[in-house]
Design a protein around this ligand. Structure first.
Ligand SMILES: O=C(O)C(=O)[C@H](O)CO
Ligand SMILES: [Mg+2]
Length: 255
């Protein structure tokens, strides 16, 4: 199996080009990031070319982070900013050769927020379609992101089916799904046609996948047996030296 290092959490203390080099040296097959916009795209692209890794995905910017914002796309009245953020993410993705853009919804609720999110995602799909990019939406769990608009795979499925554009897909983050809904194996099976990217971390501490309440040895095999062969995103937060032991990676790459 193949694995992507999420550089929003792994080697996050380094400039993004150096984090890409570290992920390559550690044996990852690909990388992905959160918000790369502080780093010149040319430097990121050069590090990708030097290592041979591809950048799988990046997120739209969150808005006013100092005010606690976590995305703009479901915020009624903020459509102009949300669409600028989408345009920015597409430009950056094209400049570095990234495949997927996660459009972040933000903290909101209700029908107006839903309509706003659908409108902005429809815009994102129309803008991204000529470039063979995938637009992702990701349910986040209520412990880490209380008040976030998108929280369950059912809600995401409804939105994806309503927009009905094949480039709009689900980011299935096993960590968030377990905290909100559980039943990971059945959900992976049922949602497979809608899934554009899979991420993972231990539950509940968001550490490496070789501990916690989920058995990733089993889940990785479920994913493999489903015929899903894109790299899986290691999106976890190492907290101590032992969390940097990548034995799990080398074992899982043999599956
Ligand atoms: O939080 C996550 O799981 C993500 O994947 C986002 O990209 C960052 O909020
Ligand atoms: Mg995630």
């Amino acid at each position: 199996m193949k694995f992507s290092a999420n550089l929003g959490f792994l080697w996050a203390d380094r400039p993004l080009p150096d984090a890409i080099r570290a992920a390559h040296a550690a044996g990852f097959d690909a990388v992905e990031c959160h918000w790369p916009y502080d780093f010149p795209a040319a430097e990121v692209k050069a590090a990708l070319e030097e290592t041979g890794l591809s950048m799988l995905g990046l997120n739209t910017r969150r808005g006013d982070v100092t005010a606690g914002e976590n995305g703009l796309a479901a915020l009624p009245g903020r459509e102009t900013e949300a669409r600028e953020a989408i345009d920015q993410s597409i430009s950056y993705a094209l400049a570095v050769g990234a495949n997927c853009i996660h459009v972040m919804a933000g903290f909101a609720s209700g029908q107006q927020a839903h309509d706003c999110f659908v409108g902005n995602l429809t815009y994102a799909c129309a803008k991204a379609a000529p470039y063979d990019l995938t637009i992702l939406i990701e349910p986040l769990n209520r412990h880490d992101a209380p008040g976030y608009f998108l929280t369950t795979t059912g809600q995401a499925r409804d939105i994806i089916e309503k927009i009905a554009n094949p480039i709009l897909k689900l980011m299935f983050d096993c960590y968030h799904v377990q905290l909100m809904e559980g039943d990971i194996s059945h959900r992976l099976h049922d949602l497979l046609p809608l899934i554009g990217h899979i991420q993972f971390a231990s539950v509940p501490d968001r550490g490496p996948p070789d501990r916690g309440e989920l058995n990733y040895g089993h889940i990785f095999q479920v994913i493999r047996d489903l015929g899903y062969d894109s790299p899986l995103g290691a999106e976890y937060k190492p907290q101590g030296m032992s969390d940097w032991d990548l034995g799990w990676l080398h074992d899982a790459q043999e599956l």
